[in-house]
Write a protein that binds this ligand. Structure first.
Ligand code: NAD
Length: 524
């Protein structure tokens, strides 16, 4: 009989399904030592975010085949080690989307009608019908930032209220937005100017940190209401506080904060701020659905059927995988670079393999590329198992081809296109490590690691000095630099490995330097 250990609270209906699969033991609030002991002879472990399945703990598992995470994030699991050990990890990424979307709408209404403030006043024994006059949602413009799983559910519900919807999501194709009835806006500042309500549904990444900053808040209408049920770091809380205090915008409704639980957060002293303690996914249904989804995934895997929510692809180390591993790493880096450099929805990708890799089955290389390309824009959940399915759902066409020779011995060439722009990259494996060889035809020789700034400029004397000086002024150290050009005096490319994140304002200053055409920072 299969032994299943449940170490966090899981919905009772999910437990019933698990009981049909095997012997279930529920043991919550275990210490690390207790967990190490209990994990020794189980086949399956079911957790939420409370149980930390570190390498140290997993080393004690002798029979473990499946780790099931009821929910989305798998940060509490050492994925790499689980994969190495051949342990399958499953999760339930879709379980909470409706709950978060409903809380978003709830907070919009609550802020528009001052419901929490009016309730508090009523309970104080007051009967104040003047102070809490609100506004309607009907006929207003809702700006949705991020049109993924949750953003799309918010759109559907907001339409029922008669709202006009505009959206900002550079990675979503026009057709998808069209089908949803959302007018896509290519500039977030424009969205901030035209919206009465603004709601955020993007993951927190270096690129989306403070996506709503002082500049965006200043552009908002005086009556604007900002709702955040995504992640705290997406909004500059200091700037939001100042705007709300001075009544330059109407209100904010927040489920998430930069620091959680908030400590002395001045936002919570304002009467035009309402909020909830990160409750987006806290519903009976989301928790039930998370449990049931993973229980069903476990049943499928044990029956030997394909399961949709597998997060990793455990492979018993074989000579073949050892050989492909550096190419998988290279492909993933190329994917990461392609999306960040193109910075828009990718419609088509061509992958051309040459040298020894051209003779292999490249399916896993393609999957690694797609994982790299999709992970910076999507919430946790893109992996080499589901990447082709996610790419298909976003209408991305992938073409593969081979050529027998490359000047680099072996190479993966990528051409990615979207919204009339394209980028081409060539990378190869040297001594088992990925190396970037070309960007848009410019020859380079770069380790794709850390933070890289790519500057397109006209080849003029003194350019390197100007850039170095500006970054130096802001205390940004340049660890390495390369310049690629096709002809003297023509368009060139400068690539800098930097030790620190380049703030948006410094990047803007860089772009304004004479002879510089564009500058981008990418994280690898
Ligand atoms: P998702 O991955 O399905 O969608 C994210 C969308 O954001 C994608 O369409 C992507 O193209 C878009 N995007 C990425 N970078 C962008 C950028 N720079 N500008 C504009 N759009 C960008 O994610 P999801 O499941 O819809 O989750 C959305 C957010 O909700 C995440 O931040 C997640 O952490 C949060 N969340 C909160 C709770 C809660 O309890 N409050 C629960 C679940 C999820």
């Amino acid at each position: 009989m299969v032994k299943i250990l449940v170490t966090d609270e899981i919905h009772k209906d999910a437990i019933e399904i698990l009981k049909k699969i095997g012997d279930v033991e529920i043991a919550t609030n275990l210490s690390k030592e207790e967990l190490k002991k209990k994990i020794e002879d189980v086949d399956v472990i079911v957790v939420r975010s409370g149980t930390k399945l570190t390498r140290e703990v997993l080393e004690h598992a002798k029979k473990l085949k499946i780790i099931a995470r009821a929910g989305v994030g798998v940060d509490n699991i050492d994925l790499e080690y689980a994969t190495e050990r051949g342990i399958i990890v499953v999760n339930s990424p879709d379980a909470s989307s409706i709950s978060v979307a409903e809380l978003t709408i709830g907070l919009m209404l609550a802020a528009a009608r001052n419901i929490p403030q009016a309730t508090a006043s009523l309970k104080r024994g007051e009967w104040d019908r003047k102070s809490f006059k609100g506004i309607e949602l009907y006929g207003k413009t809702l700006g949705v930032i991020g049109l993924g799983r949750i953003g799309q559910q918010v759109v559907k519900r907001a339409k029922a209220f008669g709202m006009d919807i505009v959206g900002y999501d550079p990675y979503i194709p026009e057709e998808v937005a069209g089908e949803l009835g959302v007018k896509l806006i290519r500039d977030i500042n424009e969205l901030c100017k035209v919206s009465d309500f603004i709601t955020l549904h993007v993951p927190l990444t270096p690129k989306t940190r403070h996506i709503i900053g002082r500049e965006q808040i200043w552009l908002m209408k005086r009556n604007a209401i900002v709702v955040n049920c995504a992640r705290g770091g997406l909004i500059d809380e200091r700037a939001l506080y100042e705007a709300l205090k001075d009544r330059r915008i109407r209100a904010a409704a927040l489920d998430v904060f930069e620091e959680e639980p908030p400590k002395d957060n001045p936002l919570l002293t304002l009467d035009n701020v309402i909020g909830t303690p990160h409750q987006g996914a806290s519903t009976e249904e989301a928790q039930k659905s998370a449990g049931i989804i993973v229980a069903e995934q476990i049943a499928k895997i044990l029956r030997g059927e394909p399961a949709e929510n597998i997060v990793n692809l455990p492979v018993i180390p074989s000579e073949k995988i050892v050989k492909l591993k550096p190419y998988m790493e290279l492909a993933e880096k190329l994917g990461l670079m392609a999306i960040q450099l193109l910075d828009r929805s990718i419609e088509k990708v061509e992958l051309i393999y040459s040298g020894e890799i051209a003779k292999e089955d490249t399916e896993i290389i393609k999957r690694s590329f797609l994982k790299g390309m999709l992970s910076p824009i999507l919430l946790a959940g893109v992996n080499i198992v589901n990447a082709p399915r996610v790419a298909k759902s976003r209408n991305i066409k992938v073409i593969e081809g081979t050529i027998s020779e490359s000047e680099y011995g072996n190479a993966i060439e990528v051409v990615a296109e979207g919204n009339s722009e394209r980028i081409s990259l060539v990378g190869s494996v040297v001594e088992g490590r990925p190396v970037l060889r070309e960007i848009d035809g410019y020859k380079v020789d770069i380790k794709p690691e850390g933070i890289i700034c790519i500057i397109r400029h006209i080849d003029r004397p003194g350019m390197i000095g100007k850039v170095g000086l500006l970054l130096g002024d802001y205390g940004i150290n340049i660890a390495g630099m390369q310049v690629g050009r096709k002809e003297p005096g023509g368009e060139s490319i400068m690539i800098l490995n930097v030790d620190h994140v380049i703030p948006e304002e410094v990047l803007e200053k860089l772009k304004k330097l004479e002879h510089i055409k564009d500058a981008k920072v990418i994280h690898l």
